[in-house]
Ligand binder design. Structure first.
Ligand SMILES: NC(=O)C1=CN([C@@H]2O[C@H](COP(=O)(O)OP(=O)(O)OC[C@H]3O[C@@H](n4cnc5c(N)ncnc54)[C@H](OP(=O)(O)O)[C@@H]3O)[C@@H](O)[C@H]2O)C=CC1
Ligand SMILES: O=C1OC[C@@H](O)[C@H](O)[C@H]1O
Ligand SMILES: [Mg+2]
Length: 916
């Protein structure tokens, strides 16, 4: 409730009683918000970002105005349009914000922020967003988060305010149409109400700037709501509206107007809380709902902690930290570290806007100070710096009214918005310490009008006026941050023509359950660039999950009574909480240790063997880290990126006297063992030829593959590509028959010929390797392709592997990595097919789990138990030969991986070991 000193005269000062009732409510609302403590903080954050405290022509040199808090500044603008006395209105409110309460609130927010941060660091990338003009960022972020984890109470409250503001915007349109004299309003009573409503809207509209609070108060007003309802029911209203808005998204507007007008009796209840349909029907809501389907991102914002939920596979999980821009908030930046990227959102047109708490300076200069302090902070020396320049529409107008030169004497670009933008970017860059760069992006998406029209213009015409672009930008910025890319924003898009009718191009993306957004380079001139790959992986913990789940199965079910596996610890380079979640996912019945770094894990004396299950790019560094700590190592396939890296690991393992093995699990299947025996025992005669294939039909229309460019399968930065990821299995079959089965004294390394079709990322997508063992007269053909299936719809289209001798052939069915049956076909038996199913044992006490990775784990356990340093089934020298073949094939195919992942230099504390 208002302070008892509040001026009862406020409404008395109004000529119009309706206007008075709005302003009273507004003042009450302000006091209520300000005094209601931390539970309202999220609202405060959302609202303040929308407020512009502009003094149009106040260069810095001008006489400073009375200092005001942001809140006072709001009151100031509310009061000015009412032409009432500013001082009477300001007085009671200002007493509510004593220095002590401000400090207390500030402290509370501070604590809350820290707590939120610590309790929710579960994410792949943290982006810290601060600056001005972030209303859309916040809405976007909340929309995405809400779509995955539901809305918080604070958000519902924010939606409630959105609904109210939307009602006002509906009323505005209806009144505007009626004013044109076309609406049949059925008589004078309604007409009178019209006039009153029009007056109220004028009061709100003619105020200085965008006064949300006035609108919210208006939307609670009974007369307003009655009139709106009646107006909507005017017989020809819908037709007029349709006519009026015909040029854009009519269906959507009509639907949402109708929805809200028909629900007014519910919305006007004091206990009203928006339901899911309300949220969806809000203009942003509709696209939010659709966006959910195309970008499975979990985003959260400062002071609105996300509720913990399962982290699905293949999802991008980014957390945005949104901070408001006022000077007193600058310090919060320093409570957060380990931030992947800091995005300073610069509202360009704020170059002449007075900073509420320090009118001697401008908001733009304040943003520069924030940028200065973050870019130089030691806490953020590893974080990418992103400068997002927004608000071109207003900037263009403001430049004309209020010369930039008055604020920056050195500026001589006149009114040209491009020149001025470049100048501002340059000013920010001046703050960068030596050797640091910032990614500079610019885009325009700052006000409601632009936002509502987002779905209207075809993407070709104005790719930047689009909410999804902002999301894309933010997420991509995080990617870039992770991999230190350059200043180009590359996001990819599927063709837009097939889009949803009302959402235009957006519709098409929505079908994709992957990170797939449009490709544009956003530059100062808003030009659209050629597509380039996005270079950031999406998490997929398949190997880790299935492997560890296998460790938890009962060994007796596969006839193993001599070993028992124990998960001693799990580690993540990004956050310890991820480990906890991981253990929940695999339903670990006990509690292994959780580490937030690979270094801690390898230092743990209770850990016998480290399973390296990071992307290929990381294997050399991560395995070496473990070896140097004296640990035994099981390293996922492909062993490394280069053959020399494998040699170095082998050397290190031997020097350390520890066990090491490449985790090509297929070799350890009993089926594989049997097939090797069949081959070497001459069942089909000497094996002269082996065909092996592992391929996945990931073909999409338009030449794309069904992987985001950032996915480790196709991302060269993660050593992606068919050869290293799946070609290794084809090669495994060739090698375990044609090479492994050669007697030791006759070992012959093969000659290699390879052909590769490359994907647009530079990784190989369709690869054939022929290996020739000249002395043995044998040859192997290994294929791997990301566009066709080995076995269409798993319907036994044909064998994955054919091992051929003069007397017949042995075939292996099922995917080459996880074979489930073999067949023997002998000439002597007239080509009769004998089938031998080899099911993988499943553990009923572990939800029927059993993937087949336990056999390789058993091999490691037995070797370690027996003091063996390598496996006879997959000796280290053989892994080196395999790596040499793949390296040669990649060379012939023209695939080149970046230096950082091909390097032979071990960097204990490098990015590949620390995750940052
Ligand atoms: N044997 C098999 O059947 C299978 C084997 N694999 C192999 O397992 C390995 C991992 O594959 P997969 O689990 O799909 O890989 P992911 O992309 O899921 O990455 C696994 C983990 O690596 C860590 N990591 C460290 N740096 C990065 C980075 N820059 N980008 C992404 N992740 C990083 C992450 O953990 P954190 O951030 O917590 O440190 C991540 O969770 C690969 O070598 C792959 O070939 C994969 C699937 C099946
Ligand atoms: O190792 C693998 O085997 C199984 C495949 O699904 C996966 O893509 C590959 O990395
Ligand atoms: Mg990660």
């Amino acid at each position: 409730m208002p302070d008892s000193n509040a001026p009862p005269a406020l409404s008395e000062q109004q000529e119009d009683p309706a206007a008075a009732s709005i302003s009273e409510k507004t003042a009450e609302e302000k006091v209520r918000r300000e005094s209601s403590g931390s539970s309202m903080d999220s609202i405060a954050v959302i609202k303040e970002s929308n407020e512009r405290h502009r003094t149009p022509d106040v260069p810095q040199s001008r006489e400073p105005q009375e200092p005001q808090s942001p809140l006072l500044s709001n009151i100031y603008s509310a009061a000015s349009f009412l032409s009432s006395s500013v001082s009477t209105l300001v007085q009671p409110i200002s007493s509510a914000i004593t220095a002590a309460t401000a400090a207390q609130r500030s402290h509370q927010i501070d604590q809350q922020l820290k707590a939120d941060y610590q309790s929710t660091k579960l994410h792949d990338a943290d982006i810290f967003v601060h600056g001005g003009g972030r209303e859309q960022c916040i809405k976007t972020v909340n929309a995405f988060r809400a779509s995955t984890v539901g809305n918080t109470e604070e958000e519902l409250l924010a939606f409630k305010l959105d609904v109210r503001r939307y009602l006002v915007s509906i009323a505005r349109t209806l009144v505007r149409i009626s004013r044109q004299g076309k609406a049949n309003t059925n008589g004078n009573v309604v007409d009178d109400k019209f006039s009153a409503l029009a007056k109220l809207l004028d009061v709100v509209e003619n105020g200085d700037g965008n006064n949300d609070e006035m609108e919210e108060a208006l939307a609670e007003d009974a007369m307003f709501l009655d009139t709106l309802e009646e107006l909507w029911k005017a017989p020809n209203m819908k037709a007029l509206l349709e006519d009026d808005i015909g040029h854009f998204d009519t269906d959507r507007v009509l639907r949402s107007y109708e929805y809200f007008c028909n629900n007014l009796s519910r919305i006007r209840q004091s206990a009203y809380a928006p339901n899911a349909a309300d949220v969806r029907m809000l203009p942003h809501g509709e696209s939010r709902e659709h966006q959910r389907l195309y970008l499975d991102a979990t985003l959260s914002s400062t002071l609105i902690p996300p509720s913990p939920g399962p982290e699905p596979e293949n999802q991008l999980d980014i957390r945005l930290w949104l901070l408001r821009d006022s000077g007193s908030r600058r310090k919060y930046l320093h409570h957060i570290h380990d931030i992947d990227a800091i995005m300073t959102v610069v509202n360009l047109s704020f170059y002449n806007a007075r900073l509420p708490e320090d009118p001697q300076t401008t908001m733009l200069r304040e943003m520069m100070l924030s940028f200065d302090s973050t870019s130089k902070s030691r806490l953020f020396k590893e974080s990418a710096l992103i400068l997002l320049l927004v608000d071109f529409g207003d900037f263009e107008g403001t430049l004309k009214e209020s010369p930039m030169k008055q604020f920056f004497a050195e500026y001589d670009g006149g009114h040209d918005v491009v020149e001025a933008t470049k100048f501002v970017a340059g000013k920010f860059r001046q703050f960068l310490p030596e050797g640091r760069e910032a990614l500079v992006y610019s885009m325009s998406i700052t006000n409601e009008a632009e936002y509502i029209n987002l779905s209207v213009p075809p993407i070709e015409r104005d790719p930047l006026h689009s909410l999804p672009f902002l999301v894309a930008l933010l997420t991509n910025a995080a990617f870039d941050a992770r991999l230190d890319l350059d200043t180009t924003l590359n996001i990819r898009c599927h063709d837009f023509q097939t889009g949803h009718p009302s959402l235009g191009h957006h519709g098409h993306w929505l079908d994709r359950r992957e990170y797939a957004v449009p490709v544009y380079t956003i530059d100062y001139d808003h030009h659209v660039s050629q597509p380039c790959p996005v270079e950031r992986p999406i998490l997929m913990r398949q190997s880790l999950v299935v492997f560890t789940q296998d460790l938890l199965t009962n060994p007796a079910l596969r006839g193993a009574s001599d070993i028992q596996h124990q998960i001693a610890a799990v580690a993540s380079s990004s956050s310890v909480n991820k480990c906890t979640k991981f253990l929940e996912t695999i339903k670990c019945p006990y509690t292994p240790k959780c580490y937030g770094s690979y270094h801690e894990l390898v230092a743990d004396p209770d850990v016998d063997i480290v399973y390296v299950a990071t992307p290929h790019s990381h294997h050399f560094q991560n395995a070496m880290l473990a070896l140097k700590a004296g640990k035994n190592v099981l390293c996922e396939k492909a062993f490394t990126v280069t053959a020399n890296q494998t040699r170095l690991l082998v050397k290190e393992a031997r020097e350390q006297g520890v066990f090491m093995m490449e985790a090509v699990w297929t070799r350890f299947f009993p089926l594989s063992k049997t097939v090797r025996e069949l081959a070497s025992s001459g069942t089909v005669g000497p094996v002269y030829r082996v065909f092996a294939d592992l391929s996945f039909a990931k073909d999409l229309p338009g030449g794309k593959l069904d992987f985001a460019d950032s996915h480790r399968m196709v991302n060269p930065n993660l050593a992606g590509g068919a050869m290293l990821d799946i070609g290794i299995y084809s090669l495994t079959w060739l090698m375990q028959i044609l090479y492994h089965c050669q007697p030791e004294t006759e070992k012959e390394k093969p000659k290699v010929v390879a052909m590769m079709n490359k994907y647009h990322t530079g990784a190989d997508e369709n690869t054939t390797v022929v290996i020739q063992f000249e002395k043995h007269g044998s040859m192997g053909v290994g294929t791997s392709c990301l566009r066709v299936d080995t076995d269409v719809a798993n319907q036994a289209a044909g064998p994955a592997i054919r091992i051929q001798g003069p007397k017949g052939e042995v075939q292996v069915m099922g995917p080459a990595y996880r074979p489930l049956e073999y067949r023997i076909i002998k000439d002597a038996a007239g080509g009769k097919v004998e089938s031998f199913p080899c099911p993988i044992p499943e553990d009923p006490e572990r939800d029927g789990w059993g993937h087949g990775m336990f056999w390789e784990a058993d091999e490691c356990a037995r070797c370690i138990r027996d003091g063996k340093k390598e496996s006879d089934t997959l000796p280290l020298d053989e892994s080196i030969v395999i790596m040499e073949i793949m390296e040669e094939a990649l060379k012939q195919g023209g695939v080149v991986y970046p230096d950082i992942i091909s390097s032979d230099v071990f960097e204990e504390h490098g990015k590949l070991n620390t995750g940052r």
